[in-house]
Design a protein around this ligand. Structure first.
Ligand SMILES: O=CC(=O)O
Length: 396
């Protein structure tokens, strides 16, 4: 009773805090009747916040209803992989606490009988922890798993759905920072920034720039494999570098979208691979994209081309990549993701000079993790409140 009263105060419209400069995604009234495809039509709150700070469609934006009841009476959220001593994560926990009774795994395990009934949602921070059948069996009132991050390849969607539990993700919060990392990796690899930095820091100051020449990104051809919201934002950025942009996607984008960034569709991925100076992989990891880039695909790339991966490690056949880099079949690779993460210290990829590897930092910004948490909260509340869910993920 109490819960439904509280939720009736949580209106399905603007959820943005003007005071703290936080940008919440909110459900646009126009999508209210569009069921599960509403995530495609939902409002990009980063964009909206930029253009209408402090307001949404003429309305004053107020923070989501904070506590209207005692913490124990709020719906329980089990948090995975967040409870540590790290200050940033504590801040995220504080955001969750405004709407949920936070239950850590430790608390759950200590008092399983009482806690299991309370837990209605699980908040998964990033993609590390996995959720198994045993955990789901022990949570009779679980309704939603709010994944913070866009990739849900770490979750068994079919199994979760068989428990009647919904899964949501945060595509809006991740798009810009992940596209930024794609650009950063492309530029760093092209201009050999990491090597340059090592040279500048080394005690031996004698170096000859001509010994380690880079290549230029400006006016080069960029091939984007996977033109979803992240890929599209990469294209927007690449346009500022006068790049020729090719893309390959399951579904061709609308003509206006292609024109807006000057992107050319390649129906065959082979065509993109053969023509691109930089190939950026931005697809979701699914059974269809597992090892999408292998020996054959690397063999089609130009010897002067660079491969950049900001999606998931397993979309590239890493053994084939090692071989291609060792034999200089391609110029270089720049990876934000590998398989596994981190790579074992003796992995051959780590021994190569023509590679840059970053430790999966696409969304590792102060802004992104906060927005991801807020987006996840909005999703989870929508499920619990029986409202249209901004970003639900469905099993195939
Ligand atoms: O890797 C990051 C994400 O899935 O959002």
């Amino acid at each position: 009773m109490l819960r439904s009263k509280a939720f009736s105060l949580l209106k399905p419209i603007p959820l943005m805090s003007g005071q703290s400069n936080l940008a919440y995604k909110f459900i646009h009234p126009a999508i209210a009747s569009h069921g599960h495809c509403c995530h495609r039509r939902s409002v990009d709150y980063r964009q909206r916040y930029k253009t209408h700070p402090g307001s949404a469609g003429g309305r004053t934006i107020s923070a989501p209803q904070t506590k209207v009841m005692a913490e124990e009476e709020l719906p329980g959220v089990l948090i995975l992989d967040i409870g540590g001593a790290h200050g940033v994560l504590e801040n995220l926990a504080a955001l969750l606490k405004k709407h949920f009774h936070l239950i850590t795994m430790k608390e759950f395990l200590q008092n399983k009988k009482e806690m299991s009934k309370k837990i209605q949602s699980i908040f998964v921070f990033e993609c590390r922890p996995t959720i198994d059948r045993e955990l789901l069996e022990s949570l009779p009132n679980l309704k939603v798993i709010g994944n913070s991050g866009v990739g849900v390849d770490h979750l068994d969607l079919k199994m979760i759905s068989s428990f009647g539990v919904k899964v949501t993700n945060t595509p809006h919060a991740v798009a810009d920072p992940t596209a930024d990392i794609g650009m950063a990796l492309m530029l760093a690899s092209a201009r050999r920034l990491v090597e340059g930095c090592q040279i500048a820091l080394s005690p031996d100051t004698k170096y000859f720039a001509v010994d380690w020449l880079g290549v230029e990104v400006t006016r080069a051809t960029l091939g984007i494999i996977g033109m979803g919201s992240i890929g599209y934002r990469v294209a927007q950025r690449a346009r500022a570098f006068d790049m020729r942009i090719l893309y390959h996607n399951r579904n061709r984008r609308r003509k206006e979208e292609e024109e807006a960034v000057g992107a050319h569709y390649c129906e065959k991925m082979e065509d993109l691979l053969q023509q691109s100076d930089f190939v950026m992989v931005v697809v979701n990891l699914t059974p269809e994209t597992h090892k999408l880039i292998g020996k054959k695909e690397l063999g089609l790339m130009k010897p002067t081309a660079t491969l950049i991966n900001i999606s998931r490690g397993a979309v590239i056949d890493q053994d084939a990549l090692v071989e291609a880099l060792q034999n200089k079949r391609i110029r270089a690779a720049a990876l934000d993701v590998t398989y596994p993460e981190p790579l074992p210290r003796d992995h051959p990829l780590l021994k190569l000079s023509n590679i840059i590897i970053t430790p999966h930092i696409g969304t590792a910004t102060v802004q992104a993790i906060r927005m991801m948490t807020e987006e996840a909260i909005t999703n989870m509340l929508a499920v619990l409140n029986g409202q249209p869910i901004p970003s639900e993920v469905f099993p195939k």
